[in-house]
Ligand binder design. Structure first.
Ligand code: HPA
Length: 291
């Protein structure tokens, strides 16, 4: 029966995964979580949800098959409502590769978000600055990424695992993960709101330890402008499922090869608090630009 055949983005997922993703997506759709723009908010950046009107919130723990984050300052709830003139579905807090879950559990919330029929997802994170011009409190549009998990997190999760000449939405990771037009729109929103933005390459490491000085040197020589422990696997999956992706890193600290003081998660969260109001202002100007 055609009713049993998966359609849309779910059809791009492997048999291993599809039912679990669809079950959670159907459960959420039944509660009005659907469509518009998705946002994934990183460490210390969750306050954007204060700008969401008519909010409806569900704890991750209540969503079928959805693991809960163990990281302090990641609130762990999904919020739907209106912001910047758009319907939004916001993940307030995310799961991280270093929490030890297998990729299918880790990326399930991202796949579910895609299956709620969002057209665009804004991914945000806290990151260390590698580019010597970046200062704590700066914001960086993610132009591209280097996923240093050194294995493709989508292995086994997509219906067609071969590497075809990929077009976005065909179930393979396209060449360009981040949408250039959306990156430009974000920079325009920065100009309109007086929030200067860098544009650079985000390197995603396993963590949870912050980088050694040698790793910082490697990342810099590899062309990374900022480093963090999230985002790249999610962005790859979203792009493979045909979702337009735009990324924003909040630089919370310089990553220095020499003389770096020990960094703690609390430092990162406190620095995020300095910049998050600016990020929220920027995003509220950006969302109406999505048309
Ligand atoms: N390294 C990795 N992740 C981070 C950093 C860092 O310096 N700062 C915030 N998240």
């Amino acid at each position: 029966m055609s009713g049993d055949r998966p359609t849309g983005r779910a059809a791009l997922l492997s048999d291993l995964w599809r039912d679990r993703v669809q079950e959670a997506a159907a459960w959420l759709r039944g509660r009005g979580f659907t469509g518009g723009t998705g946002l994934i908010l990183g460490s210390g950046l969750g306050n954007f949800v204060d700008a969401v009107s008519d909010p409806r919130a569900i704890d991750y723990a209540a969503i079928p098959g959805w693991a809960t984050t163990t990281v302090a300052e990641h609130r762990g709830r999904l919020v739907a409502g209106r912001a910047g003139g758009r319907d939004v579905v916001v993940m307030q807090g995310r799961l991280h590769p270093y929490e030890g879950l297998p990729w299918d559990a880790l990326l399930l919330p991202t796949a579910v978000l895609a299956c709620l029929d969002v057209d665009t997802v804004v991914v945000t994170n806290a990151a260390g600055g590698l580019n010597r011009f970046y200062l704590p409190g700066d914001l960086m549009v993610i132009r591209d990424q280097l996923d240093l998990h050194l294995q493709d997190p989508l292995r086994g999760l997509l219906a067609d695992p071969t590497p075809p000449a990929a077009a976005p939405g065909r179930g393979a990771r396209p060449h360009a993960v981040y949408d250039e037009d959306l990156g430009r729109a974000l920079i325009a929103a920065g100009a309109a709101t007086g929030v200067p933005l860098h544009a650079g390459v985000y390197g995603s490491m396993w963590g949870p330890a912050y980088e050694t000085k040698a790793e910082i040197g490697m990342l810099r020589r590899a062309g990374c402008d900022a480093v963090g422990m999230s985002t790249a696997p999610e962005a790859s999956l979203l792009a493979a499922l045909g979702v337009r992706v735009v990324g924003l890193s909040c630089i919370t600290n310089p990553a220095r090869e020499v003389g770096q003081p020990e960094l703690s998660h609390q430092d990162v969260v406190e620095a995020g608090a300095m910049v998050r109001d600016r990020m929220a202002r920027l995003l509220l100007d950006f969302l109406p630009r999505l048309g």
